[in-house]
Design a protein around this ligand. Structure first.
Ligand code: ADP
Ligand code: MG
Length: 716
């Protein structure tokens, strides 16, 4: 007899469950997506024990009749797809028909659903109540009955993995699982501001977001004013026709499958001002057609947009919503649907990079003086890929732990482990652990809410900048271990935030953002220098403090790049060649980048086996500075491969060379400047495309705004 057997449905479902459901958050994700697909406008998620004990998702969507309620648990049963061709243009979040059978095979599930119309599909064909209740455990249907229910669907998932103990073992502490669930609900709430989202854990409200008109208001509702104030909006659109002839997708059978109207590619969302920096990419949220995804291509595009605006080791906070015709994106590349493939990858990548970059150049956000005081790159709480925590948390850690570096893995928008090891940095390992529910300071009327959920840590940081008094309260709250039973999670809900408040606050923040732009740099009246290092200048909006060295560095950096582009870098001959000693490894690196160095104004020749003779150098670079620049460039280039340099590496090399030359030839600190030179520097700085930060990402100009000054003097 042969050895091969066809697996029972039950086993097949459990195997599929391995891909689709690996923790409570992934169950929540599937159920949320189903509710959204069902057209729900109000979605409530309740969890107990971080979702391990119970997850209940209720919606007011279209519901199911009795037949569908049963069919929904069959493998590959879906109402969202009929033919393989439908796969080419999926506009729903679900389509695989796998989630419900998978979940039901590893948990105890109760489905309650009603369509809001008479349910006539009872066995006897008679009208049979207005809804259906189905109970399933471990894939076995235990009970099906009619029930009087309002329109909509409630799915309760209890005892996750009760019949698969091996998987149960992989679940983390309650706090961690809850953090993942919170991250997920938060993100879907951001993508759908017009819908009402609630997350309740053990009867504490964690997220409460009534419908609002705009994403800005939703950000305010969820993260608070400080986060919104640190973000700037971006919106851009490009017709897809202009992008050249679309390729025929590989799965397409004939050219007629191509979309007739290519439509357009749209990007909207928010990105952080340069002063808000994160130690990893986990504060970058990307939605494609309202689906939360992880995509290296787009992460790369975003990093590129911020190149030389923030340090290469820092990452911004970005909420990006991409919209495109469904034909342009293949969503069927990952069982959990967290990855997609774009048909026109390069186009999407470049469009995202350019839109963000353009928005940054245009807005030229001014860093607030107080905000900058506390702006160290911080680890956002949604950092660590699950299961990769170097310091496992103590057993039984609860959601209400107060502080310390005990390191539960952080929540990520995605339940599965991060496959990108490059995303892990040493500093990330040092990241403070995530605390979901430290006690909120008692809300003071008129005060804005402190933030719940996943971005609490960064919000804590910005709160410091925004309001030192409040931050002290927050810090105190964070360090006093509260009684679990009395803890109120930080929730704007507790403040009874109406959507009108949210709209007003969002508008206020936007007005302040519009005021604080570096476009005014050229109009400032210089007052003089502070310790011959910082320029003081006044404008209508407040007092400006400008770091003369980094300001000049930015001016030179952009000038060098410009001149390099047209092959016109100005060089000066040295009276005496400068001899530079290198070790053999550095000589190899030098040989590799010699051509590019020459195009940047260096005339360098080998002078013996381990010595270089520099005969000419870029204007402004002399003596020790010249030597330092050269060895810095060689040092920084050594880590890269020994393949011939091209494209992206070349761009990076160019900007490194420009940054290095700029840094070593710029006006130094402790240098007196006469008023003419100060004026010249401010005007030149105003002309740069990024007067915000030096090529290494340090801030150039800080604004002590009129408002902050008034506040500090207790005038407002
Ligand atoms: P998929 O979402 O990929 O179609 P699922 O297993 O998640 O597969 O769900 C199966 C089907 O059950 C869906 O196609 C849908 O018709 C129905 N369904 C699931 N959840 C809901 C809900 N909350 N409201 C209405 N119908 C639902
Ligand atoms: Mg689904």
């Amino acid at each position: 007899m042969g050895q091969i057997r066809i697996l029972s449905d039950q086993v097949a479902n459990q195997i599929a469950a391995g891909e689709v459901v690996d923790r409570p958050a992934s169950v929540v994700k599937e159920l949320l997506e189903n509710s959204l697909d069902a057209g729900a406008t109000r979605i409530r998620v309740e969890v107990e024990g971080g979702g391990r004990k119970l997850i209940r998702v209720s919606d007011d969507g279209q519901g199911m009749n009795r037949d569908d309620a049963l069919l929904a648990f069959e493998r590959h049963a879906t109402s969202k797809l009929r033919t393989a061709d439908d796969l080419l243009s999926i506009s729903t979040l679900g389509f695989r028909g796998e989630a419900l059978p998978s979940i039901a095979s590893v948990a105890r599930v109760t489905l309650e659903t009603a369509t809001g119309v008479e349910n006539k599909s009872g066995a006897d064909g008679e009208s049979s109540g207005s809804g259906t209740r189905v109970e399933i455990a471990g894939g076995k249907i235990l009970r099906v009955e009619d029930a009087a229910l309002p329109r909509g669907t409630t799915l309760a998932v209890g005892d996750l993995f009760f019949n698969t103990p091996a998987r149960r073992k992989f679940l983390r502490a309650e706090a961690t699982e809850l953090a993942h669930v919170t991250a997920l609900v938060t993100h879907y709430a951001l993508a759908h501001p017009e819908k009402h989202f609630e997350l309740v854990s053990a009867s504490h409200s964690i997220v409460s977001a009534p419908p609002v008109a705009r994403t800005a208001e939703r950000i305010y509702q969820i993260f608070g004013k400080e986060m919104l104030a640190a973000l700037l909006p971006v919106a851009a659109e490009t017709p897809l026709e202009r992008s050249g002839l679309p390729e025929i997708p590989p799965w397409s059978k004939s050219p007629k499958d191509l979309p007739r109207r290519p439509g357009s590619l749209r990007v909207t969302g928010f990105y952080s001002k340069p002063e808000l920096q994160k130690l990893n990419r986990n504060s970058i949220y990307i939605f494609v057609n309202k689906r939360l995804i992880r995509d290296r291509l787009l992460l790369h595009a975003i990093t590129e947009a911020y190149r030389n605006v923030i340090p290469p080791t820092s990452f911004p906070v970005v909420l990006l919503f991409l919209e495109m015709p469904p034909e342009e994106v293949d969503v069927n590349v990952h069982p959990a649907k967290t990855e997609v493939r774009f048909r026109q990858q390069t186009l999407v990548h470049d469009f995202v990079r350019d839109s963000l970059r353009t928005a940054l150049v245009k807005a030229r956000p001014a860093a607030g003086f107080l905000a900058a005081l506390d702006s160290q790159p911080s680890a956002s709480p949604s950092l660590m890929p699950p299961g990769t925590s170097p310091i496992p948390g103590p057993p039984g850690a609860s959601a209400f732990r107060s502080s310390g570096r005990s390191g539960e893995p952080e929540a990520t928008p995605f339940p599965e482990p991060d496959s990108d090891p490059a995303a892990m940095t040493a500093s990330q390992i040092d990241a403070e652990p995530f605390h979901l529910t430290t006690a909120a300071p008692t809300p003071v009327p008129g005060n804005l809410p402190f933030h719940p959920g996943t971005l609490e840590q960064e919000s804590r940081q910005e709160a410091v900048a925004f309001d030192r008094q409040k931050s002290r309260e927050v810090a105190n709250a964070a360090f006093q271990p509260p009684e679990p039973s009395t803890v109120e999670p930080c929730s704007p809900n507790g403040l009874g935030l109406s959507s009108v408040d949210a709209a007003a606050a969002a508008a206020l923040v936007e007005a302040e953002q519009a005021a604080a732009t570096l476009n005014r740099l050229g109009l400032l009246k210089p007052l003089g220098q502070l310790r011959e290092s910082f320029i003081l200048a006044v404008g209508d909006d407040g007092l400006w403090i400008i770091d003369q060295h980094v300001a000049h560095e930015r001016v030179l950096f952009e000038k060098i790049l410009r001149e390099r582009k047209i092959e016109q870098v100005q060089r000066q001959r040295l009276l005496m060649p400068l001899l530079v000693e290198l070790n053999p490894e550095q000589m190899v690196v030098f040989a590799r980048i010699a051509g590019e160095l020459e195009r940047n104004g260096f005339e360098v020749e080998p002078f013996g086996p381990q010595t270089l003779a520099v005969k000419a150098a870029p204007v402004g670079l002399e003596g020790a500075d010249l030597e330092r620049t050269l060895s810095e460039i060689i040092e920084q280039s050594s880590a890269e491969s020994d393949e011939p340099i091209h494209n992206e590496e070349l761009t990076r090399l160019r900007s490194r060379i420009a940054a290095s030359i700029a840094c070593h030839s710029a006006i130094k600190v402790n240098t007196p400047l006469d008023p003419k030179r100060i004026e010249w520097l401010l005007l030149e700085l105003a002309k740069t495309s990024h007067p915000t930060s030096c090529p290494h990402g340090r801030p150039i100009a800080l604004l002590y705004s009129w408002k902050e000054i008034q506040r500090a003097f207790h005038r407002i």
